[in-house]
Design a protein around this ligand. Structure first.
Ligand code: GDP
Ligand code: ZN
Length: 383
């Protein structure tokens, strides 16, 4: 059986993101008589899969459960065996385009896949509170570290192109008193996130939703952001109905809230797909070094002109980054968040990589020794 592009767009799974790429990927399984489907929910080895014949319950026991990164996840495209009864069996996991991974606990350093095949990461930032640009930078680094599952396992292959596109949405714009202030806030965020679209939205007034709806219309999106940022409200506005539970204004820490839906993957009436898994709330950084570099691209560029290749931009002579700060071209706050994020990120990577961990320890020892030597030299002057 062959398909033209018109049959792809009229495919029953088109609203769930089925396209020519998946069609081609799935072709050999179609020949075996398997059904294509997208996972909308996973629950202890069983998953709900949307297929052309409706939503089925399927067991994942035949698909490589030994590697935690390859456990079937919401957003995955799979091949389901139509023979059998409830539950059916998932036979194959189609290669992921992107995967959103977070470190699980401090003890175990494997990643946990939270959602897959994501095109847009929508970072929600509330205008009800003062803008925390550092926090936006952290979320951006996280968004850019989402990548295809293989690449994440082999860190070198991480790249912006293989990951999802970030978008920042400043929510609750109705709480900003005037348009000029709003424009300044947008500008602040744009400077923090060069090249990243920054939108504003007010769910209560229904403003900005058309633009957002157009942005997320072309693929699969996840909403990230602090609890109380307005993610559920925005999701409901995009869905056109109250699918997700919005927290009461008092319940700002988000404890005890749950979603009323059993599906973690929803088709939007304006096009596109939204993924909202419980795990996506409160995500942490995971192997985000490349992401950090992209968020702080101007610092990375400057550091190429530093005299020393491994300049830490502290007190080294000929440091291009420090001179940019001194010249007022680079806000010192930017440099500080860059350092903080790099340190944090290095530590997370080190948890998984014994060799790197040893190197960092050696570096600390060396710096400690240098510090002691410097102190002794200073003391020597007074002798
Ligand atoms: P989430 O934790 O990110 O999902 O945030 P919620 O969607 O639960 O919203 C948190 C609070 O912000 C709720 O009290 C909402 O009513 C409120 N809120 C959400 N969107 C808006 C908005 O556009 N304007 C105003 N004024 N409040 C909003
Ligand atoms: Zn430097």
């Amino acid at each position: 059986m062959s398909f033209s592009s018109s049959s792809v767009s009229s495919h029953p799974l088109a609203v769930y993101g089925w396209d020519e790429g998946w069609e081609a990927e799935f072709a050999p399984y179609a020949e075996q008589g398997l059904l294509p489907g997208r996972v909308v929910r996973v629950d202890r080895g069983l998953c709900d899969v949307i297929t052309p014949v409706g939503t089925v319950r399927a067991d994942t026991e035949f698909v490589v459960p030994r590697d935690p990164m390859k456990v079937v996840c919401t957003g995955d495209w799979v091949a389901v065996d139509p023979d059998g009864s409830d539950p059916l069996y998932v036979r194959t996991l189609l290669p992921r385009r992107t995967a959103f991974v977070r470190s699980t606990s401090s003890k175990r350093s494997e990643g946990q896949v939270l959602a897959t095949n994501i095109d847009h990461v929508v970072i929600c930032v509330s205008l009800a509170v003062e803008l925390d640009l550092g926090r936006i930078e952290r979320f951006l680094a996280l968004a850019m570290s989402s990548s295809n599952g293989e690449a994440l396992l082999h860190k070198s292959a991480l790249s912006w192109e293989s990951g999802a596109q970030p978008v920042v949405v400043l929510t609750k714009a109705d709480l900003v008193p005037d348009a000029v202030t709003l424009a300044y806030l947008v500008q602040d965020v744009e400077t923090t996130a060069p090249g990243v679209p920054v939108l504003t939205a007010s769910a209560t007034r229904g403003e900005g939703l058309d633009v957002l709806s157009a942005v997320v219309g072309g693929g699969t999106s996840v909403l990230l952001g602090q609890s109380g940022a307005g993610k559920s409200t925005l999701a409901n506005a995009l869905l056109g109905e109250d699918v997700l539970e919005v927290q009461a204004a008092r319940d700002v820490d988000g404890k005890g809230r749950h979603t009323t839906t059993t599906r973690n993957l929803l088709a939007l009436p304006g096009g596109g797909v939204l993924i909202d898994t419980p795990g996506l709330r409160g995500v942490g950084l995971w192997d985000a070094e490349v992401g950090v570099g992209q968020v702080f691209s101007e610092i990375e560029e400057l550091s190429e002109r530093c005299r020393f290749h491994d300049c830490a931009h502290e007190s080294e002579p000929g440091c291009a980054v420090r001179s940019a700060v001194d010249a007022g071209e680079l806000p010192v706050r930017r440099l500080e968040s860059y350092r903080k994020l790099m340190r944090e990120n290095q530590w997370i990577v080190a948890k998984t990589d014994a060799r790197l961990r040893a190197e960092i320890k050696k570096d600390w020892k060396r710096k400690g020794a240098q510090g002691r030597a410097a102190m002794e030299a200073k003391r020597g002057r007074w002798r």
